[in-house]
Design a protein around this ligand. Structure first.
Ligand code: ADP
Ligand code: MG
Length: 324
């Protein structure tokens, strides 16, 4: 059945149930002109928004399925919430849908949205539905909260900090290549691309352990580390050999004839975190969250990034993943 056969209201009816995964703060959800929710005393509110466009951000049947699109549209927003150190609470979303789209595909899209919302206790409070002539556009706006004055910014890295990242970097970009080229195997890389895990839990540990600056890695380490260096007016020095790379990235890089580090620096959509904090606080963090690796240091400077490679220093330009 096509979406044009059930119409906008038939569609809203089909998706409006099972949308509240943490209902205690919700006064009015889907069904009225606006949603109403309570905020927590002593907490500041955080909002983020992200859009995905069919055939630009995803190609159905190639880079993933409709379920994945829904999952990822939410994951990228929750990653931005994590990158402030905040707890996600609610979201609203807008879907531009081609009339010829299958109702089952939309149901799958919403299953992806609902599964990740359920996992992180995030309420779906409402949205908007419009027609698109070509392909789908999905925009998600997410809200979260954080203790007053505790949001972790990009602009507060300090000389003497260490620079660290979570898990391994570059898997998603390498996974995207294996998907686009239709290569068998590399399941871990493909999973990293299709189902990135927003680092909410780590974000909360970073608040607890006095992290100085924080960014999520949506556009590659080159771009994200430059954003911190520039906003904080410091120099970031990264030791290339210390960047955690997975076996999968190393194997795929070899097969593709590329440098494995190119995926870490220039790949996109890892949704891991890059952050800076005092060496002592980093040791304390590692006791509670071991999957973090120190990759460099912050020194006085004017907003650039150096990579140390075999004893040689190179300036790392912010040439991460760009859309144009
Ligand atoms: P209005 O005309 O007042 O904007 P709509 O008819 O567009 O209201 O939407 C009715 C209800 O359904 C609202 O609560 C809205 O937030 C919700 N809604 C509409 N589209 C979506 C969507 N794509 N996903 C989730 N909720 C939606
Ligand atoms: Mg509307």
């Amino acid at each position: 059945m096509k979406i044009s056969e059930i119409g906008e209201f038939g569609f809203i009816d089909a998706i409006k149930d099972d949308t509240l995964f943490n209902p205690s703060s919700v006064v009015v959800g889907i069904g009225d002109d606006g949603a109403v929710y309570k905020t927590t005393d002593g907490m500041e509110q955080v909002s983020v928004i992200d859009t995905m466009v069919e055939n630009s951000h995803f190609i159905i049947g190639k880079t993933g399925q409709w379920y994945d699109v829904g999952y990822k549209a939410v994951a990228s927003n929750l990653s931005d919430i994590a990158a402030m150190g905040a707890i996600p609470t609610h979201l609203v979303l807008s879907t531009a849908i081609a009339p010829s789209m299958d109702v089952q595909d939309l149901t799958d899209l919403y299953k992806g949205i609902k599964d990740i919302c359920s996992r992180y206790g995030v309420n779906i409070l409402g949205g908007d539905t419009v027609t698109s002539k070509e392909g789908m556009v999905i925009t998600v706006a997410a809200f979260g909260e954080i203790e007053e004055g505790k949001a972790i910014l990009r602009s507060t890295a300090k000389a003497g900090d260490i620079v660290a990242v979570s898990h391994t970097i570059g898997d998603s970009g390498a996974g995207l290549e294996t998907l686009l080229q239709g290569v068998d195997g590399y399941d871990e890389l493909k999973k990293a691309h299709r189902f990135p895990e927003p680092q909410i839990e780590l974000g909360r540990f970073l608040v607890k352990h006095h992290c100085h600056s924080l960014n999520d890695i949506s556009d590659g380490l080159a771009s994200e580390s430059n954003e911190i260096a520039k906003a904080s007016h410091v120099r970031i020095c990264i030791d290339k050999e210390r960047i955690p790379l997975s076996d999968g990235v190393r194997a795929w890089a070899k097969e593709a004839g590329k440098s494995p580090w190119s995926y870490a620096f220039n790949g996109g959509e890892d949704y891991e975190l890059v952050f800076t904090m005092s060496p002592h606080d980093f040791e304390e963090l590692q006791k509670e969250f071991p999957a973090v690796t120190a990759i460099g240091t912050v020194v006085e400077g004017k907003g650039d990034v150096l990579v140390v490679d075999d004893g040689n220093e190179h300036v790392l330009l912010p040439t991460g993943w760009t859309h144009f």
